[in-house]
Design a protein around this ligand. Structure first.
Ligand code: FAD
Ligand code: NAP
Ligand code: SF4
Length: 678
């Protein structure tokens, strides 16, 4: 296979003595919400089996609590609960007997979603719902015994191993860090005492499962907390955990409450792998690294550099179950790459209401529900608009055997994603367009770019189905002076067709307003493409590894020499509609660049003096030389209406269907679902 030559490290097996991994690609743990769904175990079986068929060497499930008080969701503490897990292990081993599957034991400690939650000292986490109960000696012993019981039940359910998560602000890590462990008994105080709990958990789990069972421990290699773990503590903990019986150490970076992004799209690829490498030189056991490793070449480079023995790709396996097989076959261009947007995965997990899926692959976690079956009746399908909606529709329809023609007025595919990918920090969005470009070519879609389609062209084209995916048109607010020469639309600004002055007002603070503010306030290298710049901008010290890995000094960021005002009419704080897990990073970035966020604005007029407003009722003139309009969007449906007038039925999809609260997640999902049925 081409991939074995191209990625020799990724495709070399790993011996663990009693067992071996067929390659170095791991599907990392992700809580999907299926753990708690009524038919969740059937759906998880299909979801994991598809990834096993897709070529990974090992899978780690989403977190399962060892008891009620540690619960974030599903628990495994009784024999009858182990039976459900058999559906998963049998499906995975049937899909490929060489694929190993480990269950993650997640005791959420103070961030468990139950008033029964526990912690060493009762310190409430910033992100917790409940104040935790303080563990007494008997309570600590119970938690340890529950870990061991849970691991034994996982073994009985047919898993090849367990991963114990000892990081992120969950129970184990709260014993380690001084600010959450205020005890002065044998479980707190000195470092030896603080690490007693994790070591004891690992020792008792090993005792319960015997020697021939994989035991992965996830360690906080950089917790990103001021006053967090020092490097020598990380090393000594790792050594003690290995001595207690772990055979693989996995590195984790960040507590959930730490104000440093570690997996968002603005984080450079493999930014943290060198930290794993440093620990690997100390511990001498197989090490797993993770975070923003989304393509086989990135994984190979990390392994070849000696940073790790195994590469964890979690979200990339949502985006493309076949990532590893595609790498093996030399079909990397066909990989549907995770763009680290978090919009359909972590935003759903932390939102607590929606089950996880993937923006670029809405089949993820819906393997039993959304299938693209070959059609018995191939039809001629015309799709107008090659934005995310049109591309997704074309890809699915063609994969099912329909004969598809895809039109776009522009010279390239992508629609608004061609704007998004030009925003510093969103470079990954280009991967989605590379994927779609390759797939429509591979699937024989007839692509007609530079073609503005009229109703006449379609009415006479002999198509069985017409899909209108023409997207949106930017909204022009009715402000006196909106046609003043200083006013520019966001499209012209992003494409560099309009110069931007030194004093800028941005009307509208939705996703696009924030992106435009990022663009016009940015200077220098894009941090997402340069690890040292990223580290500087977020106060991380990879070289000296102070406590937590963070310097504690407010980072100095490079910024454009211009005053920027980002505005909205609503009186609320700006950025409320941004992603749950990423919105804060955008707000923080703009604040560090000195962008002024102005709420409660009434736009009165624009003239040579600037933008006249009332802010919270008070008149205010913004003496600006450029006004950029990012005031939302309206659906572009003129073609649909013309077709209707001529009696031609068409299907609306994406922004053309509904522009309000439109994003690519909705556009792609809707397109895939419709194309699955055509
Ligand atoms: P569009 O992307 O608008 O595509 C419509 C296409 O139709 C265009 O290519 C157009 O040329 C073509 N067309 C129109 N009329 C005709 C015609 N008559 N004949 C031929 N072709 C025609 N979404 C997210 O989910 N996450 C993000 O982080 C994100 N960031 C963004 C950042 C920016 C700067 C922008 C502008 C948008 C961002 N979006 C983001 C929004 C996302 O890009 C849109 O929701 C998505 O592109 C909508 O897809 P669509 O296919 O419906 O429409
Ligand atoms: P949006 O999120 O709806 O924001 C529109 C903004 O314009 C709001 O701030 C709104 O606030 C303002 N506005 C609306 N009507 C106005 C009017 N008549 N006059 C003046 N201001 C007006 O839309 P968007 O920013 O255009 O983004 C489009 C879609 O792309 C969004 O739904 C978003 O999900 C997606 N997107 C997502 C991301 C991301 O990072 N996830 C990034 C970019 C885009 P007020 O009404 O308070 O003034
Ligand atoms: Fe990756 Fe976004 Fe899909 Fe999550 S939703 S897996 S971050 S592409």
């Amino acid at each position: 296979m081409i991939g074995e030559q191209r990625y020799p490290h990724l495709f070399s097996p790993l011996e663990l003595g009693f067992t071996r991994l067929k390659n170095r690609a791991l599907m990392g743990s992700m809580h999907t919400g299926l753990e708690e769904a009524p038919d969740g175990f059937e759906r998880m079986a299909a979801y994991f089996a598809e990834r096993a068929r897709g070529g990974v060497g090992m899978i780690i499930t989403g977190g399962i609590a060892p008891n009620r008080e540690g619960g974030y969701g599903s628990k495994l503490s009784a024999p009858e609960e182990a039976e459900q897990h058999r559906l998963i292990t049998e499906a995975v081993h049937a899909a490929d007997p060489d694929v190993k599957i480990c269950m993650q034991i997640l005791h959420s400690g103070p961030i468990a979603t139950t008033p029964e939650c526990v912690s060493p000292s009762g310190v409430k986490s910033r992100i917790a719902r409940f104040a935790p109960n303080v563990l007494d000696e008997a309570g600590i012993e119970k938690q340890i015994a529950d870990f061991a019981n849970c691991a034994a039940l996982a073994q009985r359910a047919g898993y090849d191993g367990v991963e114990i998560i000892g990081s992120a602000g969950y129970l184990i890590s709260t014993f380690l860090v001084q600010k959450t462990n205020l005890r002065n008994d044998s479980w707190g105080g000195s470092w030896e005492n603080r690490m007693r709990f994790p070591v004891e958990v690992v020792r008792r789990v090993r005792e319960a499962v015997g020697p021939e069972f994989i035991l992965v421990f996830r360690i906080s290699a950089m917790d990103m907390l001021e006053g967090g773990l020092a490097w020598d503590e990380v090393v000594s903990l790792g050594k003690a955990i290995v001595a207690a019986g772990a055979n693989i150490i996995s590195t984790h970076f960040c507590w959930h409450e730490a104000p440093v992004p570690t997996i968002a799209t603005m984080v450079p690829r493999a930014a943290f792998a060198s930290v794993t490498g440093r620990l690997r030189r100390e511990l001498g056991v197989p090490m797993i690294t993770s975070n923003r490793i989304n393509m086989p070449q990135v994984a190979e480079d990390v392994l070849a550099a000696g940073h790790a023995d195994i590469v964890s790709m979690a979200r990339p396996m949502l985006a493309d179950a076949e990532l590893v097989n595609k790498a093996l076959a030399g079909r990397e261009d066909e990989i549907n790459t995770c763009i680290a947007c978090n919009q359909a995965c972590l935003d759903h997990t932390f939102g607590g209401r929606q089950q996880v899926s993937c923006l670029v692959n809405p089949r993820a976690c819906n393997e039993t529900r959304l299938n693209y079956l070959p059609t018995a009746e191939p039809r001629r399908v015309a799709i107008v608009g090659a934005g995310p909606a049109g591309l997704a529709y074309a890809n699915v329809a063609a994969s099912r055997g329909h004969r598809v023609t895809l039109f776009d007025a522009a010279a390239e595919i992508g629609g608004q994603f061609n704007l998004a990918r030009r925003i510093p920090g969103k470079e990954e969005f280009s991967e989605t367009l590379r994927y779609f470009g390759k797939m429509i070519e591979t699937r024989g879609v007839e692509l007609k770019l530079g073609t503005r389609v009229s109703a006449d062209m379609l009415a006479d084209g002999g198509y069985d189905e017409v899909v209108v995916a023409t997207g949106i048109t930017p909204r022009t607010p009715a402000i006196p002076g909106i046609d003043h020469p200083m006013v520019a639309g966001y499209i012209d600004v992003i494409l560099g067709r309009r110069p931007v002055g030194s004093k800028v007002a941005i009307i509208g603070a939705g996703g696009i307003g924030f992106d435009v503010a990022e663009l016009v306030s940015h200077a220098g290298k894009s941090a997402s493409l340069d690890i040292p710049t990223f580290a500087r901008e977020w106060g991380i010290d990879f070289e000296n590894h102070p406590r937590g890995g963070v310097t504690g000094v407010v980072p100095q960021v490079e910024k454009a020499e211009r005053a920027v005002y980002l505005m909205q009419r609503k009186p609320d704080a700006l950025g409320r509609t941004l992603g749950r897990t990423t919105g804060w990073t955008h707000r923080m970035t703009l604040a560090r660049r000195g962008v002024n966020l102005v709420a409660g604005v009434e736009y009165l007029k624009i003239d040579d003096a600037g933008l006249h407003t009332r802010v919270n009722g008070e008149p205010r003139l913004f003496d600006v030389d450029t006004v950029i309009v990012c005031a939302g969007q309206e659906p572009l449906r003129s073609l649909h209406d013309e077709l209707l007038a001529r009696g031609v039925k068409s299907t609306l999809v994406g922004g053309a269907f509904e522009a309000a609260e439109l994003d690519a997640k909705r556009a792609i999902k809707q397109a895939c679902e419709l194309a699955a049925e055509v």
